[in-house]
Design a binder for this molecule. Structure first.
Ligand code: G3I
Length: 381
C-alpha cells in the first residue's frame, strides 16, 4: 500500500537537498558526527541521509559473512545506514574462543568498512550470559572457574576488547540482558561470582577506564513495555547513577511481534531520558506469523500493515525523544534474520525491512516516509 504522496515528500526533500548528498565525515567516538571531512555521497532519499537532517543515526546489525562477499547486501549496508552493529563478530565466543587468544578479523573488517562509509559503530556486547567461550561457560549459568577467576576473566576481557577498538566505538553495550521478564536479576555466572548484581557497576567502571570516550549502555529486550523488567532496569540506572557509575545510556532492543499489542515505548524512552540517559533502539524487528498454526492462529492477512505500523510507531517514538540518538534494525534482509530460526512454533518471520531478495518492503518505505516528514514536511506554499 504505497502512499501516493510519498514520492512527492521524498522528491521534495531530495529537491531541497539537491539529489545526492555528500555527508560530513565520521565522528570521533561519543561525540555527534558533523566533522567537515568530504565523504562518499549517499542517495538523498536513503534512510541515513534523511535521518541525518535531524541528527539521528539509522543503524543495522551486520552479518559478517555477507559483508564484502554479497555485493547487494554490502551496497545497501553502505548506502542506507549511518551506524553499524556486529550481529555476532564482537561477542565473547567469537573473539576469544581460546582463552587469551583473540580473533578480531571479522570485527576489524566491520570497523574498517564503517570508517570508509562514515558510519558509527555500536559495540555489541562485552558482558552477556549467551555466546560465551566454552572455557568460561557453556550455558552462562555454570562454570568450572572460581569466583575470583570469573572476575579476573571479565576484567581482562573488557580491557582487551575495548583497548583493541579504542576510539572506533561510539556506543558499547557493556551489559546485555541481566534481568528476566519478571524483573529479577538472572542468576548467571556473573551474579554468582559477585554474589549479586555488583558485577554491573564494576563492568561499567572498567569499560570507562578502558575507553573514556565511548558511550556506555545497558541493553535489554522487552523494556519497551512498562512492567517489572523496565521498572527493574529503571531502578538499576538510578542506583548506578547514585553510585556515580559511568553509565551513559539504555538500549531498547525492540524485538516486537504483531501477536502482541504495541508497547508504550515513547513514555519509557522519556522516563529514562529524564534520568539524563541517552536512549537508543538497538535491535528492532517486527515479526509476524508466517505459517498458519494449525490449532488456533490463522495467518493474519492484515499483518503486513500491522508490521508497517509497529515500525513507524517505533521510529516516531525515537524521533520524538531528543535523547534517542540511534535507531537500529537487527539486520535488514529477511533471509538473514534470526527470527525464523528462533520462533518456529508457531512459525514467525518477515521481521525486517527488505525481503528475501533484498528488495525494500513496505516497512522500508514507511520508515523512509517518516524520516522524510521528520526532515521537513512538504511546504504548503
Ligand atoms: O559461529 C558459529 C559457527 O562456527 C557454527 O558453524 C554455526 C553452526 O552452529 O554457529 C555459529 O554460531 C551461531 C552465531 O549466531 C553466528 O552465526 C550460533 O549458532 C547462533 O546461535 C547465533 O545466533 C545469534 C544469537 O544472537 C545468539 O544468541 C543471532 O545470529 C543473533 O542475531 C542473536 O542476536 C541477539 C543479540 O545479540 C542480543 N539480543 C537478542 C538477539 C536475538 O537473539
Amino acid at each position: 500500500m504505497r502512499r501516493p504522496w510519498l514520492p512527492l515528500a521524498v522528491a521534495t526533500a531530495t529537491a531541497l537537498l539537491g539529489g545526492q548528498l555528500a555527508f560530513a565525515g565520521s565522528a570521533t567516538a561519543g561525540s555527534d558526527p558533523v566533522a567537515a571531512k568530504p565523504s562518499p555521497a549517499y542517495p538523498a532519499d536513503s534512510l541515513r541521509a534523511l535521518a541525518a537532517r535531524v541528527g539521528l543515526r539509522i543503524g543495522t546489525a551486520v552479518n559478517a559473512d555477507e559483508l564484502g562477499t554479497n555485493e547487494k547486501y554490502t551496497q545497501i549496508t553502505a548506502e542506507q545506514f549511518s551506524s553499524v552493529t556486529a550481529e555476532n563478530a564482537m561477542k565473547w565466543a567469537e573473539v576469544e574462543a581460546v582463552r587469551g587468544t583473540y580473533t578480531w578479523e571479522k570485527a576489524d573488517q566491520l570497523v574498517a568498512f564503517a570508517e570508509k562509509n562514515r558510519q558509527l559503530v555500536r559495540g555489541h556486547t562485552l558482558l552477556w550470559h549467551n555466546q560465551l567461550p566454552a572455557w568460561l561457560s557453556t550455558d552462562g549459568y555454570t562454570t568450572t572457574l572460581s569466583n575470583d577467576e570469573v572476575k579476573a576473566a571479565l576484567k581482562e576481557h573488557i580491557f582487551a576488547q575495548m583497548r583493541h577498538f579504542k576510539g572506533d566505538i561510539w556506543q558499547w553495550d557493556v551489559v546485555n540482558e541481566a534481568f528476566d521478564d519478571n524483573g529479577q536479576p538472572r542468576q548467571t555466572i556473573w551474579y554468582k561470582a559477585w554474589g549479586g548484581t555488583g558485577y554491573i557497576a564494576d563492568a561499567f567502571r572498567w569499560a570507562h577506564q578502558a575507553d573514556p570516550r565511548a558511550l556506555l549502555f545497558y541493553n535489554d529486550y522487552n523494556l519497551e513495555f512498562t512492567g517489572p523488567k523496565s521498572n527493574a532496569v529503571y531502578e538499576l540506572v538510578k542506583s548506578l547513577k547514585a553510585q556515580r557509575v559511568p553509565i551513559h545510556g539504555v538500549g531498547f532492543q525492540g524485538h516486537l511481534s504483531t501477536q502482541y499489542g504495541y508497547p508504550d515505548l515513547q513514555s519509557n524512552l522519556e522516563r529514562f531520558a529524564a534520568l539524563g540517559q541517552k536512549v537508543a533502539l538497538t535491535e528492532v524487528d517486527v515479526r509476524t506469523l508466517t505459517k498458519p498454526d494449525a490449532v488456533n492462529v490463522p495467518v493474519d492477512a492484515l499483518a503486513p500493515y500491522a508490521q508497517e505500523s509497529y515500525w513507524s510507531r517505533s521510529l516516531k517514538a525515537c524521533l520524538a525523544v531528543r535523547a534517542c540518538i540511534s535507531f537500529t534494525p537487527w539486520g535488514f534482509g529477511d533471509s538473514y534474520s534470526w527470527v525464523p530460526g528462533w520462533f518456529s512454533d508457531p512459525q514467525a518471520g518477515a521481521a525486517l525491512i527488505y525481503d528475501e531478495q533484498l528488495n525494500p518492503k513496505g516497512q522500508y518505505h514507511v520508515l523512509q516516509q517518516d524520516l522524510a516528514l521528520a526532515a521537513g514536511a512538504p511546504h504548503r506554499g
